[in-house]
Design a protein around this ligand. Structure first.
Ligand code: ADP
Ligand code: MG
Length: 250
């Protein structure tokens, strides 16, 4: 599904990623774990065209996407959420939801003005309602994000990311800041999305959260892959324990 090969990224003197190589399975849920500053978000930014790597390549379904612009990556079927919520404060949630779709199909402005595009807008608004319903945010649809609880906004981002019916979905710390009940609810939604045939890669450092979800786990530390395999394999890896516990004897 996703082949990451020898990716290197530097910001000034900081090597955010060095020689990052792994292949994500064709199906299922994979997790990218690692301590703060390990380079997880940077890798998402490389995959989705927000950061250009100084070396290495990214292939999606066997096709080179390194250096693609973020719109091209999105059109190609990769959608994502952001660690820091990325919701326009002046727009309602329903309006923000539309942004998850824009560009995926391009309605002609002329056809819309002359009302020839009724089918497009009808289907789009149905999809918006469907996605809002799926992540349980319908009752907040007409509110702006400032007056909506954080947990609802996290769900909203997930709903917006599936608007475009991606083949690969990247989630950046979807469980961060959620309480236990919200996390369980999120896990159910993630499973449902996966069961629709969407491949998922999520950044998470809550090991508990990924334990029941992820089939394949990659651990980054200081910009390098220190372990990759099943959850059980990675959890027992000595370097992973050390990175997490900061304990030389672990
Ligand atoms: N745009 C940027 N400019 C400079 N340094 C950055 C930038 N983005 C990330 N970094 C640095 O790269 C490293 C990895 O960051 P990040 O990918 O956000 O880690 P993680 O998501 O694993 O917490 C950190 O040292 C961070 O400070
Ligand atoms: Mg991050």
């Amino acid at each position: 599904m996703l082949d990451i090969n020898n990716i290197g990224v530097s910001f000034g003197g900081v090597h955010a990623l060095s020689n990052v190589t792994f292949a994500m399975p064709q199906t299922g849920i994979s997790a990218l774990i690692g301590p703060n500053g390990a380079g997880k978000t940077t890798l998402f930014n490389v995959i989705t065209g927000f950061v250009t790597p100084k070396e290495g390549s990214v292939k999606f379904d066997g096709k080179e996407i390194t250096g693609f612009k973020s719109e091209q990556v999105f059109m190609g079927g990769i959608s994502r959420t952001f660690q820091n919520l990325n919701i326009i404060p002046e727009l309602t949630l329903r309006e923000n939801m539309y942004l998850g779709f824009i560009g995926k199909e391009r309605p002609s402005a002329f056809a819309t003005m002359t009302r020839l595009n009724r089918k497009y807008w009808k289907e789009t608004s149905q999809r918006i309602e469907e996605c809002m319903n799926f992540v349980n945010v319908t009752e907040y649809a007409d509110m702006t994000p400032g007056s909506v609880p954080y947990g609802v906004l996290k769900n909203f981002e997930l709903g917006r990311a599936v608007m475009s019916k991606p083949r690969l979905l990247l989630l950046d710390e979807p469980a961060a800041g959620l309480n236990l009940a919200e996390k369980e609810n999120l896990a159910d939604m993630v499973r449902k999305i996966q069961s629709m045939g969407v491949c998922i890669l999520m950044v998470e450092h809550d090991m508990q959260f990924i334990s029941s979800l992820a089939d394949f786990v990659v651990c980054l530390n200081f910009g390098q892959v220190i372990a990759a395999g099943t959850y059980a394999e990675v959890r027992e890896n000595k370097e992973v324990l050390r990175a997490y516990l900061g304990d030389e004897d672990a």
